[in-house]
Design a protein around this ligand. Structure first.
Ligand code: ADP
Length: 538
């Protein structure tokens, strides 16, 4: 018993530190479990809080971890998929054997072609729908048996966009070439094949410089590098020479639009290439035509200037001639007319009948010639005796003209009236001459009725339009233009005496005042002569 007592005392003493140790061990273990749970929880969080699906499988392909995005992508929730084999769930039927074979090979050899690199494959949703994925598979490095984790991304949307992009490029009416940062061609459309004469297969993967003439290649590579370091849309070829090279060696001028395309796989450039041969040809033709035209215009202008000079000279000479001739003819003619009249007065009836008739004809002819010469003088004086323009009251000018015509008006029993007439800027003497000619004609070319002439004025956009209206014989419309030409008459001397100069003088006066003159008439209702005078003369 004493042993027992003794030993029991000793053992209880010895047990005490053991119990403490055990206690501490348990505490440490509890702490370790807590730490491990935290680590697991954190790992769970990291795995779930991911944009891509993460799937972990063992050597047999059985799922041992499956995050929340994987649930969304594949349609399987974690509880349902854990323990199931991916070959029976998310790998499409036709790839399953291949997959199992790959797994077995890897486990046996520790190596495989599908690991640690970006892959594009097809996967299966729980609904049975197949879809494209992008994934990366990594095996565990230190623990055995092997575990494989895969990071998987659903790229259906991206593929759809890519398809649409390819279709857009394909249907573009211009040649489109896409290159990567090394200058390798990654995409071309049918127009590119047509434009450069290469097939698609001959182009894909080749350096884009193959489409550029040899001498431009170094510069082109430089520009390409420059574009990749400052990727902004730009246009090239406008205003400077840029050429494309066809498979057959032919060069052609191009204009290029460059656009940077940023993708997950890096930066690309999409270039639209337009053959501007036709445009250049057209521009050159236009340029040549323009030059020719300019040349011709220059020649014509020179010829015209020469002709103008000659005309001016002959005009001046003609005017001088007309003036000098009419002026110098006046004096001898006055003598002939005067002596013929004396002859008539003194010898009328004293000689025989034939002599009387001759004398009469001489007097008549001399008088007609006097009229002609004074009208010609009036015509040339429109310019040679032109006076400076001053504000002129047309009413006063009208009254002056009528008083000068009084004898004719009264002789014929005519009536000449007016409405309100404006003040214009002009040459009063010439305006009076203008009224005398128009009113004189209106009286002269009267019909059977009592001649009535009425003058009115109307103001229209910056000018005064004066109308001289009569009730005379009227003028056939086919003569409306011609009667303003010098010496143009519609009647014989017997019908109506005249020289055919009056209206030509009128036109000269009106033109000198910056206006226009015309007639409106028919042979039933008399005539109205219109002329305009600008409100402000130049
Ligand atoms: P002239 O009266 O000396 O023949 P004008 O130059 O004044 O020359 O007129 C040219 C022609 O215009 C006249 O011969 C006449 O036939 C026609 N004419 C001019 N004014 C009138 C008018 N008011 N009525 C009808 N005919 C006119």
């Amino acid at each position: 018993m004493s042993d027992t007592d003794g030993s029991s005392n000793t053992s209880s003493d010895e047990r005490a530190p053991l119990i403490v140790q055990l206690h501490q061990e348990r505490k440490r273990l509890a702490e370790e479990i807590k730490q491990r749970r935290r680590a697991e929880e954190l790992a769970r969080c990291v795995i779930d809080c991911n944009l891509d699906a993460i799937v972990v499988v063992d050597e047999s392909g059985a799922v041992i971890d499956w995050n929340l995005p994987a649930e969304r992508v594949f349609g399987w929730n974690r509880e349902a998929i854990i323990g199931r084999n991916i070959a029976d769930t998310i790998i499409p039927q036709r790839h399953r054997d291949e997959h199992r074979h790959g797994m077995r090979n890897f486990v046996k050899s520790g190596g495989g072609t599908m690991l640690d690199r970006r892959l594009e494959l097809t996967a299966l949703r729980r609904s049975g729908e197949e879809f494209p994925i992008e994934l990366m598979i990594a095996p565990t490095r230190t623990t055995r048996p092997w575990l494989f984790s895969a990071c998987i991304r659903d790229i259906s949307e991206r593929n759809r966009l890519e398809e649409r992009f390819r279709a857009t490029v394909e249907s573009a009416p211009t040649a489109m070439v896409m290159i990567d940062s090394t200058g390798g061609i990654v995409l071309v459309n049918a127009e590119t094949e047509k434009l450069f004469g290469y097939s698609r297969d001959e182009l894909l993967g080749q350096p884009v410089e193959m489409l550029v003439p040899n001498r431009y290649r170094p510069r082109h590579s430089e520009q390409r590098r420059d574009f990749f370091s400052h990727p902004e849309a730009r246009r090239m070829g406008e205003g400077r020479d840029l050429y494309g090279l066809r498979k057959d060696g032919r060069e052609f001028p191009v204009e290029i639009g460059l656009n940077p395309i940023e993708t997950d796989e890096g930066l690309f450039v999409l270039g639209a290439v337009v053959d501007i041969t036709e445009r250049k040809r057209f521009e050159e033709r236009m340029c040549r035509l323009n030059e020719e035209l300019e040349c011709r215009v220059r020649e014509r202008t020179a010829a015209l200037a020469q002709a103008n000079e000659a005309l001016e000279l002959s005009n001046v000479e003609l005017k001088q001639f007309a003036y000098v001739a009419s002026h110098d003819l006046q004096a001898p003619l006055r003598g002939i007319a005067g002596f013929a009249q004396f002859l008539q007065m003194d010898y009328q009836g004293k000689l025989d009948g034939t002599a009387d008739e001759y004398i009469g004809q001489i007097v008549d002819g001399a008088q007609r010639m006097q009229r002609l010469i004074s009208d010609l003088l009036a015509y040339s004086r429109v310019e040679s005796r032109a006076r400076a323009f001053t504000p002129t009251d047309l009413a006063a000018v009208f009254d002056d003209a009528v008083s000068l015509l009084r004898a004719e008006i009264e002789e014929i029993g005519g009536e000449v009236t007016r409405g309100d007439l404006p003040i214009v800027v002009g040459d009063a003497a010439q305006l009076s001459q203008l009224f005398q000619n128009l009113i004189g004609n209106a009286i002269k070319y009267h019909s059977g009725d009592q001649p009535r002439v009425h003058v009115t004025s109307r103001r229209t956009c910056g000018e005064h339009t004066i109308a001289v209206q009569d009730n005379g014989i009227g003028i056939d419309s086919k003569h409306h233009e011609r009667i303003f030409e010098i010496f143009r008459r519609l009647h014989t001397q017997e019908q109506y005496p005249g020289t055919g100069i009056g209206l030509a003088v009128c036109r000269r006066i009106v033109l000198r005042h910056g206006g226009r003159i015309w007639v409106e008439s028919n042979t039933m209702n008399g005539s109205t002569f219109y002329f305009t005078v600008p409100e402000r003369a130049d």
